[in-house]
Design a protein around this ligand. Structure first.
Ligand SMILES: NC(=O)C1=CN([C@@H]2O[C@H](COP(=O)(O)OP(=O)(O)OC[C@H]3O[C@@H](n4cnc5c(N)ncnc54)[C@H](OP(=O)(O)O)[C@@H]3O)[C@@H](O)[C@H]2O)C=CC1
Ligand SMILES: O=C1O[C@H](COP(=O)(O)O)[C@@H](O)[C@H](O)[C@H]1O
Length: 625
């Protein structure tokens, strides 16, 4: 197949060679600097994406070409159809695909023609000048640059993208906040949190130096048009007359989101390229405040300029959830009430709210983790098959699931709060020992809930969520417990295992030690007939040598590329709040007392009663987790 494709290309290329040599060289040279590059080296090479039925086919859009400065005889062109990104290799002017392709020769031919056509259109778009005037730039402004998230996550993610050659050739990073800092001071601050994900990587120090030289700082108020106009002026200097694309990352407390958006959009948005804004959670506290925030943002931005981030959607194993389900014949047919007994979404941290108590007390664990991270994963897990991988198709399906959810009953929710605990001579503080938390706070730091989706696929299946801080371990996982085998032959003998209990379980461990494992019943080797439950285990660190990118890297790159699939659309957000707002109101208005649990424990015992009420056992407490 692969050979056929190469031959086919060579014949065609022979005919159009004179045109192509000029056209492609030109295209690549200009594109390399005008578009985002997901590097060839970076391992972003998707497998070749199959062409779908021609009548539903959407046009290809060009994403990037790499390596940059493309006089190279080897080139990778990345493009996207719907949300499926794919790559084509070009070698010495001929197009070859990766050898995993399962395409038919005719569809590859069609694809090749489309790629060529897109390349020449892009060449025309960016112009043929080599003076740089017609090339584009991306300016990324981190608003709230002096803060915790910027230091901990955003700058390191930008550096990782730079290191992996995923940022466009012309890019500038600006930090913006009220703190007074020089460029050198910002660089010094940022440099303290930059790491090369794997130690001893080539040229890491050099790359850091280069990256820091592209970082600048502007001090200003978040509600000052004048200060944003100054920022605009500086951005323009760096853009040097090229087409400007601007990304603002709002890494600031939510009460100043709207001020900053107003000023950024009226005084510092791009005049000839795109302007996008990444908004951090929390997106409101309930339906009302969330709608108010959306309405305010929409006074200054179109919905497609707003990138509401939920960083759990950028985690590798969450990305893999749909692949696992929709690309494996063995899973999708089982994905319903017929075979699945219950599904569990578990989040736990082995530390408290240290340092973030002020923020946390206003929100609590249900808003902090359940209403967004866990619910988003649930929606991805339970949605129907989308029409395509296009962002809108996926988000349409997610919204449908969220709208099909039964209102949460307060009796189906357990809340808890951690208290001080001494262990091994060390005293761990209780939640209310935090100076920024009121002594009489009832804010839950733990919650467990049983949710139901009232649709044909999931009727009656409990979806259990559990989230807590200051527990015994740090983990995030999805557990799918399957029904027992009807009339199981091996239950009739004494096989050492209760097969009605030892049902199959699929575990997707999001973190730490990313893994997917399936618990199966298995014969213990030997002459007798004893059964045992074992794991078919895909442990990422054993299977893949490449490190896993941080969620923020993927999401920042997606925002730069305009890919919205992993960002929350406003109707998804509305549906998520509609589900949780009545519950939160009831808990808060009735001043429900949380169940206290010791710091470092497994959380309130009420969570077990809740599970038992729905005939479920939490998978993370069984002996063979
Ligand atoms: N930190 C985290 O782990 C996570 C944070 N988030 C969200 O990301 C955003 C940023 O978080 P984080 O970095 O922790 O926030 P910070 O509290 O560190 O605030 C960021 C910056 O905003 C400015 N700022 C803080 N408070 C005020 C205020 N009251 N008025 C005006 N400016 C203020 C400060 O900069 P200066 O004084 O220099 O102007 C500060 O450095 C928030 O929306 C948060 O909810 C989401 C997930 C995780
Ligand atoms: O959004 C949040 O997430 C973090 C946990 O993120 P992780 O990627 O480290 O698992 C949580 O600590 C924080 O309270 C919450 O706001």
């Amino acid at each position: 197949m692969f050979l056929m494709f190469c031959l086919l290309n060579q014949n065609l290329l022979f005919l159009i060679a004179p045109y192509l040599v000029v056209r492609l060289n030109l295209t690549m040279a200009s594109l390399s600097s005008s578009v985002t590059s997901r590097s060839y080296r970076s391992g972003y090479l998707g497998s070749f994406s199959p062409l779908k039925g021609s009548n539903r086919q959407r046009p290809l859009s060009f994403l990037s070409a790499s390596p940059r400065g493309l006089s190279s005889h080897e080139l990778c062109v990345r493009f996207q159809r719907n949300s499926t990104r794919s790559s084509v290799f070009m070698q010495d002017g001929a197009i070859v695909t990766n050898s995993n392709s399962t395409e038919s020769a005719s569809s590859l031919k069609g694809l090749k023609e489309e790629v060529l056509s897109v390349l020449s259109q892009e060449a025309a778009k960016v112009g043929e000048g080599s003076d740089g005037q017609s090339q584009s730039t991306v300016s990324i402004t981190v608003v709230g640059a002096s803060g915790d998230l910027a230091k901990k996550k955003i700058f390191p993610a930008l550096f990782a993208l730079y290191y992996e050659d995923c940022l466009p050739e012309h890019f500038t990073i600006f930090g913006y906040s009220r703190s007074k800092m020089t460029d050198a001071e910002l660089r010094n601050m940022v440099s303290k949190t930059l790491t090369c994900r794997i130690d001893k990587r080539a040229n890491c120090g050099e790359k850091m130096e280069e990256f820091l030289k592209r970082c600048f700082y502007h001090s200003g108020q978040y509600d000052s048009q004048e200060h944003f106009t100054e920022l605009d002026k500086k951005l323009k200097e760096h853009e040097a007359g090229r087409m400007s694309n601007r990304l603002f990352y709002l890494s600031i407390p939510p009460n100043i989101f709207v001020d900053a958006v107003k000023c950024a959009s009226s005084s510092a948005s791009s005049v000839n390229g795109w302007t996008r804004v990444i908004v951090e959670k929390p997106f409101g506290r309930d339906s009302e405040t969330s709608a108010a925030l959306t309405n305010s943002l929409k006074q200054y931005l179109e919905e497609d300029q707003i990138f509401r981030i939920d960083h759990y959607l950028g985690k590798e194993l969450v990305e893999n959830l749909s692949v696992l389900r929709f690309s494996n014949l063995i899973f999708e047919p089982l994905w319903s009430r017929q075979y699945i007994r219950n599904v569990q979404f578990i989040f736990s941290e082995d530390f408290g709210t240290e340092g973030r108590g002020g923020y946390f007390d206003h929100y609590g664990i249900i808003r902090d983790i359940m209403q967004n991270h866990l619910l988003q994963i649930l929606a991805l897990f339970a949605m129907e098959t989308p029409v395509s991988l296009d962002a809108e198709d996926i988000r349409n399906e997610k919204v449908k699931v969220l709208r099909s959810m039964r209102p949460i009953q307060v009796e189906d929710v357990v809340i808890g709060q951690y208290k001080s605990h001494t262990k091994g001579g060390v005293t761990y503080p209780g939640y209310t020992d935090d100076k920024t938390v009121p002594k009489d706070s009832l804010t839950p730091t733990f919650a467990a809930a049983a949710l139901f989706i009232d649709n044909a696929r999931w009727d009656g299946v409990p979806f259990l969520m559990k989230a807590g801080k200051a527990l015994h371990t740090r983990r995030a996982e999805i557990r799918v417990q399957f029904r027992h085998v009807p009339g199981n032959l091996y239950n009739r003998n004494n096989t050492g295992c209760d097969l009605d209990k030892a049902t199959n379980e699929l575990v997707i461990r999001v973190q730490p030690d990313e893994a997917i494992y399936l618990k199966v019943n298995n014969k213990v080797p030997g002459l007798g007939m004893r059964l045992d439950r074992s794991n078919l285990n895909l442990l990422y660190s054993a299977r893949y040598s490449k490190e896993i990118p941080d969620a923020y890297e993927r999401l920042l790159l997606d925002a730069i590329e305009g890919e919205r699939r992993l960002f929350i659309r406003s109707d998804e957000l509305d549906a998520a709040w509609s589900l949780f707002t009545p519950l939160l109101k009831e808990i808060e208005e009735k001043k429900r007392i949380p169940e206290y649990y010791p710091y470092g424990s497994r959380g309130p015992v009420g969570a077990h009663y809740l599970a038992a009420k729905h005939k479920v056992q939490w998978g993370d407490i069984s002996l063979d987790q």
